[in-house]
Design a protein around this ligand. Structure first.
Ligand code: GDP
Ligand code: IMO
Ligand code: MG
Length: 422
């Protein structure tokens, strides 16, 4: 069996959670492979709304196995908070969720280091989610990390060494935090995590594949936040691209099947960093208002702008996207015209490449203007309900991106999802 991967092609928040939930009935297993509680994946069905941070979005369907892979970083406090809330709402989480022994733990001091690093950067700050993501991955790569499997062997000593190392760094940065309360809650949450099925996920996933079970991988963040290929240094600290599914779960590259690339009909970004098609005017505000573009984790205002095909083509190339999924097209229902960035002009030269140093100041987006469809798409049930200008928008994107758009989302609810025929 192959592993299919669903991932974001922009700066995150494309609607991954919603679509993973919709696609889950086609799979036996759903797995997260990178990121951590910096993610906020929203699902809506039967009038209820859920925001998932560390737990995969396949938990609400028919008892599929959900796996948190080795590439993920977990904060026990936030995990417990999320898990307990889900259990309260009736999800039998301990029956369906398995967690890799090799997933790294976010310590209370990682969060403090994240905040201290940001303070030190001052105006050049990344605008992180403040969840300790960067410091945790830094410890992983510098071989100082703590993994979930460590909680069963000599944990007190390992934890205490890591904490002391962090406190020394914090003191050298002029910080002198009291972590007594936070530490208590954290250690309590570590104990709670022991109640879960903590596994050698690379073996388990490959055994599932061997026995004919299908796996869907759920990306977090988006390609333009990838630590190698995103708008560095304004990125997250993991590989959000498709290759991250291989290293974050232990599946071989030749196991990858379909790659679903998900994007908004426009574009958003939260936090600092370049965004060439960003709108600072009323149009940007209108997109934010209609699209409710506020962060699912931090509540921060998301910056809004037009769709950027230069960046999308780059993301499609890096991920080997086989199918595109277009989200939130309903947000553009009341626009008379819609702009699509087809290339960049940099120093008077037109280019189709996402540059090494993405400097929004020196990039002038070249736009093609398409007529809006000016009608309510939120009740559309099938492609037959699509107005002609909307069909033209889809066709234009498909021909530019050379990839079929197989799913169109016209609202936040599970039901507001239209599969297209090809
Ligand atoms: P994720 O991080 O990629 O899972 O996306 P988020 O959940 O952070 O952000 C997507 C937001 O858009 C959520 O509030 C969703 O409920 C909402 N959403 C998803 N699809 C649609 C859609 O097609 N139309 C509208 N209007 N909202 C959507
Ligand atoms: P989902 O999975 C949008 C952004 C932060 C910041 C940068 C680094 O919901 O799409 P970090 O805390 O990871 O060190 O922050 O990355 N960021 C996201 N933006 N959606 C996300 O996740 C994000 N996760 C991180 O705003 O700019
Ligand atoms: Mg999100």
């Amino acid at each position: 069996m192959k592993v299919d991967v669903l991932l974001g092609l922009q700066w995150g928040d494309e609607g991954k959670g919603k679509v993973v939930d919709v696609l889950t009935p086609n799979y036996d297993v759903v797995a997260r492979f990178q990121g951590g509680p910096n993610a906020g994946h929203t699902l809506e069905f039967e009038g209820k709304k859920y925001v998932l941070r560390s737990i995969p979005s396949g938990i609400f369907q028919d008892g599929q196995v959900n796996i948190i892979g080795n590439g993920v970083v977990l904060d026990p406090i936030l995990f417990k908070e999320e898990a307990v809330a889900l259990e309260k709402s009736g999800v039998e989480l301990k029956k369906v969720l398995k967690i890799s022994k090799k997933a790294h733990l976010i310590l209370p001091t990682h969060r403090l280091l994240d905040a201290a690093n940001e303070r030190q950067k001052g105006k050049g700050k990344i605008g992180t989610t403040g969840k300790g993501i960067g410091p945790t991955y830094t410890d992983k790569v510098s071989r100082n990390g703590l993994r979930l499997g460590d909680v069963f062997h000599n944990f007190d000593e390992k934890y205490s060494n890591a904490k002391e190392r962090h406190l020394t760094i914090l003191r050298s940065m002029g910080e002198n935090p009291d972590i007594t309360e936070l530490e208590k809650a954290w250690l309590d949450a570590v104990n709670y995590m022991k109640e879960y099925d903590i596994i050698d996920s690379e073996y388990v996933v490959n055994e599932y594949l061997k026995s004919g079970k299908s796996v869907l991988c759920e990306g977090a963040q988006g390609t333009l936040l990838d630590v190698d290929f995103g708008s560095y240094p304004f990125v997250t600290s993991s590989n959000t691209v498709c290759a991250g599914a291989c290293s974050g779960l232990g599946v071989a590259p030749n196991r990858i099947g379909e790659v679903y690339g998900i994007f908004k009909a426009y574009c958003t970004r939260v936090g600092s960093g370049p965004f060439p098609t960003e709108l600072f005017d009323e149009t940007g505000k209108k997109i934010r208002d209609i699209g409710h573009e506020y962060g699912a984790v931090t509540g921060r205002e998301r910056r809004c702008g037009w769709i950027d095909l230069v960046a999308l083509k780059y993301a499609i190339m890096l991920n080997g996207v086989t199918q595109l999924i277009m989200m939130k097209s309903d947000v553009l229902d009341s626009f008379n015209e819609i702009k699509v960035c087809v290339s960049y002009e940099i120093d008077g030269e037109e280019t189709n490449r996402f540059p090494f140093d993405v400097d929004a100041q020196s990039i002038k987006p070249v736009y093609k203007i398409l007529p809006g469809w000016n009608c309510d798409m939120t009740t559309a049930k099938s492609e037959a309900d699509f107005p002609v200008n909307f069909v033209n928008y889809i066709k234009f994107l498909e021909s530019e991106l050379e990839t079929p758009i197989t799913i169109v989302s016209v609202g936040p609810d599970r039901e507001q999802t239209i599969k297209r025929k090809h």
